[in-house]
Ligand binder design. Structure first.
Ligand SMILES: NC(=O)c1ccc[n+]([C@@H]2O[C@H](COP(=O)([O-])OP(=O)(O)OC[C@H]3O[C@@H](n4cnc5c(N)ncnc54)[C@H](OP(=O)(O)O)[C@@H]3O)[C@@H](O)[C@H]2O)c1
Length: 324
């Protein structure tokens, strides 16, 4: 089938067909091998694979677990059972990279991940972040002090029930603390075996270059989508040096003014291919760069399945050029 003949219905049907071949026996120890084996042929695998830090290979469509919390990313989600179903379903359909942070809830997202998925299936990579504290709903306060980061990392280890965090990301730079001090403490935690790989978030190219003098950085998580390309220089640095680029706000749900023409063109592409705009937004990111590891988030199984089915959508290079 030609890529441009794939419709949204086809994508969902394909996903369903693939799903029927996957063992859905839960994600306990017994289900782990089946889930891991199934992950290679599951819908998320259609996005291809990416290797983070030379030894963590995951399907190139992940899941962002910020939305499985309450309003204002505060407290429990309105439907805890649905939030856990989202996490379990994500793994069943081949997602093996989940992004979270201690500040989502706070603590709620990490706790629900452990409650829903522990013991974790083989090959599942959970990336978390530290460096932001939450005084209330919709309030985000940076805290990059070394003592805070140590405490935050150790609390994440306990909540996630792991001995080592696969990817620990500095959530954002605290303007009151040199980034070298924050990353220096994270480097110590890595040496102590509490962290496997280090990532950063909300870094520009200069900050990334400074950070890489302190510790080996394997990924950058910045806001990026069809209508926000402000991190293009960081994406270029990631492509050049083999780092993963993890775009947050991938679905362009609250577009900023720049690249309005591209967004409109992508909307047209979505309509022409009978897929939803979120699906097109994911396909656009996957086509934009092989360094890209999108982490669309949702609180609903229906949206999760729709988003992951987009891994099978292909936007051709000519179409990418036309979208701009
Ligand atoms: N590093 C950082 O500073 C930072 C900042 C923000 C986010 N993040 C990470 O990035 C992840 C993604 O970012 P994000 O959640 O802000 O943006 P997003 O994934 O682009 O958008 C999520 C929003 O879109 C809705 N949605 C998802 N799928 C949909 C679909 N198929 N149809 C219609 N609506 C849909 C969700 O609502 P429903 O729940 O109703 O589906 C939710 O409100 C987060 O989960 C988090 O892990 C990182």
């Amino acid at each position: 089938m030609q890529a441009n003949e794939i419709t949204r219905r086809d994508v969902l049907v394909q996903a369903g067909a693939l799903l029927s071949g996957i063992a859905l026996g839960g994600v306990g120890t017994a289900g782990a091998a089946a889930t891991s084996k199934g992950a290679a042929s599951a819908p998320a695998a259609a996005a291809g694979r990416i290797t983070i830090g030379k030894d963590l290979t995951v399907n190139r469509l992940g899941f962002g677990a910020m939305r499985i919390t309450g309003a204002g990313i505060w407290g429990d989600p309105p439907d805890i059972d649905e939030a856990k179903r989202v996490l379990r379903r994500a793994v069943e359909i081949g997602v093996n990279f989940i992004d979270t942070a201690d500040s989502y809830g706070p603590e709620v997202s990490e706790r629900l991940i452990a409650e829903a998925l522990y013991p974790y299936p083989k090959g599942l990579v959970i990336a978390t972040k530290g460096g932001i504290v939450r005084p209330g709903p919709d309030k985000w306060v940076r805290d990059g002090r070394p003592e805070h980061l140590r405490e935050a990392c150790e609390a994440s280890l306990r909540r996630l029930r792991v001995e080592r965090i696969d990817l620990y990301q500095l959530h954002a730079i605290d303007s009151a603390v040199p980034l070298e001090d924050s990353l220096g403490e994270i480097a110590k935690l890595q040496k102590e075996g509490k962290i496997r790989h280090v990532g950063v978030s909300n870094f520009d190219v200069d900050e990334l270059a400074r950070g890489r003098k302190v510790v080996e950085i394997v990924s950058v998580q910045n806001r990026y989508n069809v209508s926000d390309r402000s991190s293009d220089p960081v994406l270029a640095a990631c492509e050049r040096d083999g780092l993963a680029f993890i775009p947050w706000s991938p679905l362009s749900q609250s577009p900023r003014d720049s690249h309005a023409g591209s967004r409109a063109a992508l909307e047209q592409w979505a309509a022409g291919h009978k897929v939803s705009f979120p699906q097109a937004a994911i396909a656009w990111l996957l086509a934009r760069s092989p360094a890209m590891l999108p982490i669309p988030g949702t609180s609903k199984v229906e949206h999760l399945e729709e988003n992951v089915a987009a891994a099978a959508l292909k936007i051709t290079p000519e179409e990418m050029r036309a979208i701009g």
